[in-house]
Design a protein around this ligand. Structure first.
Ligand code: 3HC
Length: 326
């Protein structure tokens, strides 16, 4: 018993030393490498939440596919929503390499045990919201996710490279929708401004709570999963938006935005963090609707999963027969 314990302790100490060396060298941890249980747990938490966000995030925009104002806009929006589904699938695959099945992750989401991004619990009221979501929400996503391409866990970082390329197209299509509306009739311009007004604060809150209220940041940064803190990324995003909004000829709904010469950072006005925690806790404007639609879609897709499983079983049985005969 003691021998086995000693051997395990020695194995863990060796594994920890190798893990620490890889992190120090800014190298990558791969699925078969030894890793601390807490590192695995943190990754599973973050990657599965991220995957759920991509899947739930399809809903506000999918609602507008049938109402897009032209064939061109409709095809672009369909492509974007399909991309989000693809992002979810890459991320579920990356999370599966850590030892949890997609089935279990989905069960946690459907049971309301797993989080997904706060931003997707807000309604998309007008066509201009497709512009504001693309520009602000996908813009915030890029800002947060480009550093994740260098995340210390290999499968996560590699999935993020492709995702970020697609997010850039998403942001540009949103910007272009807003640009066209901003240069349209006074009503269209107002519609664009209203959408920016509604999505601005929730987009800033996507980066997570302020650093002094973020329980996970410090450890995640030490493990080089996160490369920057929530506030650092929020400030960087704000600086980008301040420049881009001038091209749109619109305004950000925040009279307190300023560049602090001393710190070299952009600052914004107060955000309603009580609202953020309410939304995360399930009481946002659309939480119930988003979850109901997700559960319905899962139930309606049962026949596809059953057919795929039956086909895979048939293929496996045939392969086994062939092997036996050979
Ligand atoms: N929405 C919901 N929950 C959030 C949140 C948000 N915007 N921000 C933070 N939280 C949660 C955290 O998950 C954590 O909860 P938990 O401990 O129960 O898991 C808690 O609030 C405290 O926050 P921390 O700052 O300590 O948490 P993290 O260190 O994990 O940082 C994060 C939060 C910055 C969102 C980080 O997890 C991250 O970078 N995740 C990857 C990116 C991601 O998931 N983006 C979601 C949007 S997807 C998207 O944008 C799709 C695109 O197509 C638009």
């Amino acid at each position: 018993m003691t021998d086995r314990h000693d051997a395990q302790a020695e194995h863990d100490a060796e594994g920890q030393a190798q893990f620490d060396a890889l992190i120090d060298a800014d190298s990558r941890i791969e699925p078969r490498d030894w890793m601390p249980a807490a590192y695995r747990k943190t990754l599973l938490r973050q990657i599965s939440q991220h995957a759920h966000s991509e899947i739930i995030g399809m809903q506000p925009e999918a609602n507008w596919i049938t109402r897009a104002p032209s064939l061109k806009r409709k095809s672009i929006l369909i492509a974007k929503v399909q991309d989000e589904a693809g992002h979810g699938l890459y991320l579920y695959s990356a999370a599966e390499t850590l030892g949890q099945s997609r089935h279990e992750m989905m069960d946690d989401l459907l049971a309301g045990k797993a989080k997904y991004s706060s931003i997707f619990n807000y309604p998309a009221r007008t066509w201009a919201d497709m512009g504001a979501i693309g520009w602000l929400v996908d813009g915030a996503a890029i800002c947060n996710q480009v550093p994740l391409c260098r995340a210390s866990y290999g499968p996560y970082g590699r999935a993020m490279v492709r995702i970020c390329k697609e997010e850039s197209f998403h942001q540009r299509q949103g910007f272009e929708i807003l640009l066209e509306l901003a240069n349209g009739t006074p009503e269209q311009r107002q519609m664009a401004q209203d959408a920016v007004n509604r999505w601005y604060a929730p987009a800033l809150m996507m980066f997570g709570p302020p650093d002094d209220e973020s329980p996970n940041s410090q450890q995640s940064m030490a493990w080089k999963i996160k490369r920057f803190s929530n506030d650092e990324l929020r400030q960087r995003f704000l600086g980008m938006m301040v420049e881009q909004v001038t091209v749109l000829g619109l305004e950000l709904p925040d009279k307190d935005i300023r560049f602090n010469e001393e710190t070299g950072k952009w600052e914004h006005g107060p955000l309603d963090w009580a609202e953020f925690w309410r939304v995360i806790g399930g009481s946002g404007p659309c939480n119930a609707q988003r979850m109901e639609r997700r559960r319905d879609a899962h139930a309606e897709g049962a026949w596809v999963r059953e057919a795929a499983a039956a086909y895979a079983a048939k293929q496996a049985a045939r392969a086994a027969e062939k092997e036996k005969a050979a």
